[in-house]
Design a protein around this ligand. Sequence first.
Ligand SMILES: Nc1nonc1C(=O)NCc1ccc(Cl)cc1
Length: 243
Amino acid sequence: MRIDILTLFPEMFNSVFSESIIGRALKNNIFTVNCINIRDFSEDKHKRVDDYPYGGGPGMVLKPEPVFKAIQNVRKENSRIIFLTPKGKVYNQKIAKELSKEEHLVLLCGHYEGIDNRIIENYVTDEISIGDYVLTGGEISAMVLIDSVVRLLPGALGKKESYMEESHYNGLLEYPQYTRPREFNGHKVPDVLLSGNHKEIEKWRIYQSLKYTYLRRPDLLEKKELTKEEEEILSKIKLNFSN
Ligand SMILES: Nc1nonc1C(=O)NCc1ccc(Cl)cc1
């Protein structure tokens, strides 16, 4: 997979591409990435990339030409041209999975009040939002997308990292995790996890996963087909936690 990032702040990506799993995936040629400064495609002598909005209003708007030239410079036959914006389709693991199968992603990072809509209407293939809040630009959203997509690429996660098919535990929130020591600041690890009784451990994990999902994300429960056993456990949870 190749990822091209169109941005006004290419330096922002340095640490993301040098550290940890993404850094190692790059070194191992699991994917290639290239940052392009939109400003390099500005024609005017002042290297302007923004201008005042037609129709008035506060702030500035990204001019269409520099962005268009940057897109044309990198695009291939079936590139996904993704514009990160609060107005986009809300990103989730399903979209990450779909994007991880693509050959070429172009991530367009905006700034200011917006980007000339003629770019969005005619050249962008996907508008994606990472959530309902407003950032100063699209770069951090691009990093979120890259991290969640790259970790799904074959060979990206070493044998040590766990590959959770869903960001949630098969559609539910994951059970709590513990590691050594057995006691920490007087807080003990739940006995069942030390018992070596794998059937009991599995039951405890299903209970915890259903409990957390019921309490924090009932919307995920709506979408989830539960087994008979899970239904029984959930009805017990509902009795224990009926608020
Ligand atoms: N939420 C989000 N999910 O994706 N991106 C965001 C976000 O706030 N971007 C800021 C931003 C600012 C200006 C322009 Cl032109 C585009 C995007």
